[in-house]
Each structure stands twice: as structure tokens, then as C-alpha cells.
Design a protein around this ligand. Structure first.
Ligand SMILES: Cc1cc2nc3c(=O)[nH]c(=O)nc-3n(C[C@H](O)[C@H](O)[C@H](O)COP(=O)(O)OP(=O)(O)OC[C@H]3O[C@@H](n4cnc5c(N)ncnc54)[C@H](O)[C@@H]3O)c2cc1C
Length: 391
């Protein structure tokens, strides 16, 4: 006979593990089912930048809450997430100055430590940064990056200590219904029963949602990340930088490395089969991203290439997630489509989906903005002042 749970979570990335932890903390009997190992999907390949600069209030609030958890991760979750406070800088062109000022104003109102910065002040924080072409920047002194693999495994372990059943190497192959309600899953190794199924399957959500006869507008898109070894004389750690002018982000990594990737909406066009795509870097990617990096940080001209990889974003039409029960009353919940900026929101997402499943209204993290039907309603998520796909 199949074992019965209150909730079955499918997917052991940051969203599945944070949710499993919060659900178990509320006293629910939880099973988490992952086809590979915990955190070894796209979450484990994440650049894991943690910043709070968003153009809509809900996501900024989620990022702010989550930063507080990452800062105190051992106390809150019981193990390390490798958080490094480096500071975060976003650079914008003249046309975006008004939007930047407005975003910073509302973020400060939420309690976020953030300030608009002149190019001169910026050069004091990052000596050698090329600033002649930019008008303004924003600086968050408390932000940085973490180790997404460690954070996710810490959540899984904490969930397990609270009684959650974590099943790895278990591929979900079917979702069972009785009438209009879910009753369980069939997997490669076990059958499990539950009246609630939470689908945290990232780039695989299209296929898993189909098992519940839901057509989810979430594509698996291939993205790349390159590593560069900082040259002699420039070994010092720099803050995380998102440069909207050159459409690039970069952050330091251990061993004098700098990780760089693109901030490019056209990455949504690189739709691939998540079970069969090229995980190696394209030949042209390193010189392309390298040139953009040198433009902003000329000292990197003498940097050495140190490899990289390709992984997957789960991209929705408006680059914001779906967090909703679909259809209403079915017990099938989608929590996916974080479109390349979800890691930093993981702690808040766990709280949000738990409230949704237990039927508690949380005015701080009201998920209405991320409802499934917003695309049919032609009401996608939009910030008042957006520069790119920053959200
Ligand atoms: C290169 C890269 C850089 C990024 N940089 C940042 C960043 O700097 N900051 C930031 O905030 N975010 C960043 N992101 C985005 C962030 O990492 C993701 O939004 C987040 O990790 C998504 O987590 P997830 O749990 O939704 O999905 P995933 O990590 O994809 O987890 C989904 C899991 O579901 C499992 N699964 C799928 N199908 C099944 C099935 N049938 N049965 C069982 N299990 C299944 C998969 O194996 C996988 O482990 C980046 C992402 C990438 C790829």
C-alpha cells in the first residue's frame, strides 16, 4: 500500500527544499521526491547572487526577507549556506536614472539598505571600474552571494530533521487524480499518496504539469556562465556587479576567480530539451562575455579564462514565477518559472507556498501577483521602472 502524506513536493532544488522545510515546520507530513540528487540541478549551478534591487514591491520584499535568512542561515536552518557579503552594485544608463531613483526610494521604504551612488563614489568601492559612460549606480552594502548547493542541502537536511521523507533518484512519472483532485504520484521507485502535490520542478515543469493535464507556460532555456582568473594586481575581491549597459553580471568566486554571465532577455529564445542539451560552453561565449567584462573592468584584460558551463533557466513570459494552485481546488500547486533570479527568493518562497497550502492568508507575501491565469488575463507582472530582465 502507498504511504500517505499531507504534501508531496516534486523537485529537490532550492524551491522544493525550502518549501519542504517550511511545510514540515508547520507540522505537515511531507515527502520530497527528486529524480537526481538534492541541489544538483540548475540550483547547484546558480551564480547565487543575493540582491534586493527589484522593480516590484512583492519581489523586493521577498528578497529582503530572504537576505535576513541567508545572513543568519546557521541559526535559522542549522547549517551553512556559504553567504559572502561583498556588496552589490547595479549600473544603469542615463535614460534609466529616474527609474533607478524611484526604485531605490520604494526599496528604502521597505527597510532595504540601498543608496544611489555617483560614479566617483563608486570608483572608491571598486577601484579600476570604468564609469565614464554611466550616469548612476545603486549600491547595496549588505548583499552578496551564497553557495546554492550548500543552502539547498541544508534546507533538505533541516526538513528531514523535522520528519520530512526525502527520496532521491526517484523520478515522478505520473500524477494520480480522483475526480478533480490529486491523490498521489507514481514514480520510478514508489507510489505515494497525498491530497496536495507541489510541483517545484524548474525547467522540467512543462512535462510534469502535463501529467496533471496543465499546460504551463514555462520553458527550459539554456544559459551560460564563464569563469575568469583575476590577473596579478587585481586579486582583491570585488562586489557583485550587474551592468545593464553592457548586459552582463559578474561576481567574485573563491580562488581569485570572477564568474560572469549575461543579462539578456534573448536568453528566453534558447529553448532546449532539459533532458538533452549541451552543458559545455559555446566557443564564442568566452570572448563575448570577456569583452563586456573588460569594457567595465579594464583590469580583466589580462585575466585568464578558467572554463564555465551551461545550465537552465525556467523562463515564463514575464520572467516571474508561477506560484498557484492550478486549477483552483485541485490540490496541484505549481511553484516554478523563476527565470534566472529565483535562488535569492528561496527562503521567502517556502513561507509563501506553505501559507497557500495550509490556507493562511499572508499579506506580506500575497502570491496573487504570481497567479497562473495572469497570462490569460493579459496582466503579466511588470515593475513600474524596469531596466531589463532584473524583475
Ligand atoms: C547559471 C545560472 C545562474 C543563476 N544565477 C542566479 C543568481 O545569481 N541569483 C539568483 O537568485 N538566481 C540565479 N539563478 C536562478 C536560480 O538558480 C533558480 O531560479 C533556482 O535555482 C530555481 O530553483 P528550483 O528549485 O525552482 O529549480 P531546480 O533547481 O531546477 O530544481 C528542480 C528539480 O526538480 C527535479 N525534477 C524535475 N523533474 C522531476 C521529476 N519528474 N521527478 C522528480 N524530480 C524532478 C530536477 O531534477 C531538479 O533538481 C541562476 C540559474 C542558473 C542556471
Amino acid at each position: 500500500m502507498a504511504e500517505t502524506f499531507d504534501v508531496i513536493v516534486i523537485g529537490g532544488g532550492i524551491m522544493g527544499c525550502s518549501s519542504a522545510y517550511q511545510l514540515a515546520k508547520r507540522g505537515l507530513k511531507v515527502a520530497l521526491v527528486e529524480k537526481g540528487h538534492i541541489g544538483d540541478g540548475p540550483t547547484g549551478k546558480s551564480s547565487a547572487i543575493i540582491r534586493q534591487h527589484y522593480s516590484n514591491e512583492l519581489t523586493a520584499r521577498m528578497a529582503y526577507h530572504s537576505l535576513g535568512i541567508f545572513q543568519n542561515f546557521e541559526d535559522e536552518i542549522g547549517d551553512t549556506c556559504g553567504f559572502k557579503r561583498t556588496g552589490f552594485v547595479a549600473l544603469v544608463a542615463a535614460k534609466d536614472q529616474v527609474g533607478l531613483d524611484a526604485n531605490v526610494k520604494f526599496q528604502r521604504g521597505l527597510g532595504i539598505k540601498t543608496e544611489v551612488m555617483s560614479p566617483e563614489a563608486l570608483r572608491e568601492i571598486i577601484p579600476g571600474l570604468e564609469t565614464t559612460d554611466l550616469v548612476a549606480a545603486v549600491y547595496e552594502p549588505e548583499s552578496g552571494y551564497a553557495d546554492a548547493y550548500l543552502a539547498t542541502n541544508a534546507y533538505a537536511q533541516a526538513a528531514q530533521l523535522l520528519g520530512a521523507n526525502i527520496l532521491v533518484k526517484t523520478n515522478v512519472e505520473g500524477i494520480r487524480f480522483e475526480g478533480d483532485r490529486v491523490v498521489g504520484i507514481d514514480s520510478s521507485t514508489v507510489k505515494l499518496d497525498a491530497p496536495n502535490i507541489l510541483c517545484c520542478t524548474g525547467a522540467w515543469t512543462g512535462a510534469v504539469a502535463k501529467m496533471a493535464e496543465v499546460d504551463a507556460p514555462i520553458n527550459a532555456c539554456r544559459v551560460q556562465v564563464a569563469y575568469f582568473r583575476r590577473p596579478d594586481g587585481s586579486e582583491a575581491q570585488h562586489p557583485v556587479v550587474v551592468d545593464f549597459i553592457n548586459a552582463i553580471y559578474f561576481r567574485p568566486e573563491a580562488g581569485n576567480l570572477t564568474i560572469a554571465g549575461l543579462v539578456d532577455p534573448s536568453e528566453a529564445n534558447a529553448i532546449v530539451d532539459p533532458n538533452n542539451y549541451n552543458e559545455a560552453l559555446d566557443y564564442e561565449f568566452v570572448p563575448d562575455v570577456g569583452k563586456r567584462l573588460i569594457c567595465r573592468f579594464p583590469a580583466m584584460e589580462m585575466a585568464g579564462s578558467a572554463g564555465g558551463y551551461a545550465s537552465l533557466y525556467a523562463v515564463t513570459p514575464d520572467w516571474h514565477p508561477v506560484i498557484d494552485e492550478v486549477p483552483e481546488g485541485s490540490g496541484f500547486y505549481i511553484c516554478s518559472g523563476f527565470s534566472g533570479h529565483g535562488f535569492k527568493l528561496g527562503p521567502a518562497v517556502g513561507v509563501m507556498v506553505t501559507d497557500m497550502i495550509v490556507g493562511e492568508r499572508n499579506p506580506v507575501f500575497d502570491p496573487h501577483l504570481f497567479r497562473f491565469r495572469r497570462y490569460q488575463e493579459n496582466d503579466p507582472v511588470r515593475g513600474k521602472y524596469e531596466y531589463s530582465i532584473v524583475g
